[in-house]
Structure formats: C-alpha cells, structure tokens
Write a protein that binds this ligand. Structure first.
Ligand SMILES: NC(=O)c1ccc[n+]([C@@H]2O[C@H](COP(=O)([O-])OP(=O)(O)OC[C@H]3O[C@@H](n4cnc5c(N)ncnc54)[C@H](OP(=O)(O)O)[C@@H]3O)[C@@H](O)[C@H]2O)c1
Length: 267
C-alpha cells in the first residue's frame, strides 16, 4: 500500500472551477457570509443546497444563483432542531444524489455584555445553535458523505473571537472555541476515511451579525479596524474564498486546522 497516496489527486482537479462536480450543503446561507459562500461555490461549479430559517432570504439567494447559471436549491431548517437538520442534509442527497462538502456557517450572536449579566436561557440558545447545531449537522453530513461520495470535506465557521478572551461576547466566544475543538477531534476521527474537517476564524465582516453587535456597542467598527493590520473590514466574499479553498481538492493535505481570515487581527 502506498501511504503517501492522497485520497484525492490535486493534479486531476478540473480547471473549470474550484468546486466543479461537487455537491455542497451550506448553513446560514440566506445572508452574510453564508450567502456569499453559496454564490461563490456555485460560480466555482458546485451544486448547492442552502439552509437557514428565513425562507424569503434563501429563496432570493437561490434564485439569484440560478439566474447566473448555477444550480441551487434551498431548505428551511433550524439548527436547534435535530430532526430538521438531518432532513436538510438528506435533502441534498435526495436532490443531487450525493454530498461531497459542507460549510457549517449558520450561527447566532449573543446579546453583548459581561457573562454575569447573561440570562441562562440566552446561554442555552447560543449553545444549542452555535455548538450543538454544528455537531448535529456534522453527524448528518459525515453519514451522507460516507454513504454517497465516500470522501469529502467539511468547514466549520468559527471566529477570531474564539482565540482570545471575549468580554463583550463571552458565551459566543466560548462556543466558538469549543467548535475549534470539535473540528480538530473530527479531523482526527474521520481523516483515516478521507473526510477532512477544518474551521475558519473570520475577523470583522460587516453583516447583520456585526450590525446587531454594533447597535449595542457604538464605535465597534472603528475599534475593530484599528486593531486590524489591513485597516479594513472583510468583504463576506473574502471569507467565503477561504472556505472554498478548504473545501476544494487544492487543500487535500489540510485537515484539523483553524485558519484565521482576519486581516492579521491576531498576528
Ligand atoms: N460577521 C463577522 O464579523 C463574523 C466574524 C467571525 C465569525 N463569524 C461567523 O460567520 C458566520 C456567519 O455569520 P454572518 O456574519 O454572515 O451573520 P448573519 O448575516 O447574521 O448570518 C447568519 C446566518 O445564520 C443563520 N442562522 C442563525 N440562527 C440559525 C438557526 N437557529 N438555524 C439555522 N440558521 C440560523 C441566519 O439565518 P436565519 O436567521 O434565517 O436562520 C443567517 O443566514 C457565523 O458562524 C458567525 O459566527 C462572523
């Protein structure tokens, strides 16, 4: 047996698109980084299934992708609902016959404030969606990849806020740090069967999530920009590009990493 043989051969990657012929499942795809990822993955040749709770947003993004010549469908799904998450992943297999890659991007933000002021119910909600929701999705995705494509890749959307103390978003930060651990554990567990699992840790990216935070924390954008060596926020597409690469065969020897996409904020 040749121990150095990659499970996917990067030299055979089609030049037509980074994700050509792949079926992709994307959570939180109705807006923000997830919508940018859905558009990009489709442009790169993937057939995409978009998931989130707000049907109008999913429908609009899917229609936009189809109008541009891509292949996109959507499924309404709450990450806090185990059966719904399983059904959403199964829908990808039902629609497209297989699952190759998944971007677990959907998440909620907590109300900013010190950890002693957070109601227990809010803690539980962030846990349900941002950690347990991704765990649920990964279980369903691994099963679907295993029984269809055989090998594949998963990227979880963490945060640069998982890598440091996070006084304004302490529980959000804690769940994202736990997600890094889950990512590494999954990479070790499923690596032997050719399923790669990585995370990205984005920095400041103006989306509804950041606008929600800024509403409670005026001047947030200026503070974040001042601490970012590139001196600007990210465009959601720039975050999606990192996820696309990690999901593609071009990163065939990368697994178990948490890739900062933060303009150097943690350098
Ligand atoms: N923006 C940043 O600066 C930044 C930085 C670091 C990390 N991130 C991470 O990037 C990811 C995307 O965030 P974003 O900035 O693009 O925020 P966003 O615009 O608020 O998008 C969040 C997405 O997640 C979905 N979502 C939220 N709760 C859900 C639930 N219970 N079930 C299913 N879907 C749910 C939302 O759709 P519905 O509400 O319709 O369900 C939406 O599509 C998140 O994981 C976030 O933690 C963002």
């Amino acid at each position: 047996m040749d121990d150095t043989k990659p499970t996917t051969d990067p030299s055979t990657v089609t030049p037509l698109g980074l994700l050509a012929d792949k079926v992709a499942f994307i959570t939180g795809a109705g807006r923000g980084i997830g919508a940018a990822a859905a558009r990009l993955f489709a442009r790169e040749g993937a057939r995409v299934l978009l998931a989130a709770r707000t049907e109008a947003q999913l429908k609009a993004v899917a229609e936009e992708i189809r109008a541009a010549g891509g292949t996109a469908e959507y499924v309404v799904c709450d990450l806090a609902d185990a059966a719904g998450v399983r059904a959403a992943v199964d829908r990808a297999v039902h629609l497209y016959g297989r699952l190759d890659i998944a971007f677990n991007n959907g998440a909620t933000i907590q109300r900013p404030g010190p950890l002693d002021q957070m109601p227990e119910a809010d803690f539980d909600h962030v846990y349900e969606v941002n950690l347990k929701g991704v765990w649920r999705a990964m279980i369903a995705e691994i099963a679907a990849i295993r029984t269809t494509a055989g090998t594949g890749a998963i990227v979880n959307n963490s945060s640069v806020g998982s890598l440091m103390g996070n006084p304004e978003l302490p529980v959000y930060g804690a769940m994202k740090r736990a997600l890094n651990s889950l990512t590494e554990s999954a990479a070790v567990t499923y690596g032997p069967e050719g399923i790669r699992v990585n995370a990205i840790a984005p920095g400041n990216t103006p989306t509804e999530m950041i606008r929600t935070w800024e509403a409670e924390s005026p001047g947030l954008q200026e503070r974040l920009t001042a601490h970012t060596p590139l001196r600007r926020a990210a465009d959601p597409q720039e975050i999606a590009q990192a996820a696309a690469w990690l999901l593609s065969d071009r990163s065939s020897y990368v697994t178990g990493t948490v890739l900062r996409v933060d303009g150097g904020a943690r350098a």
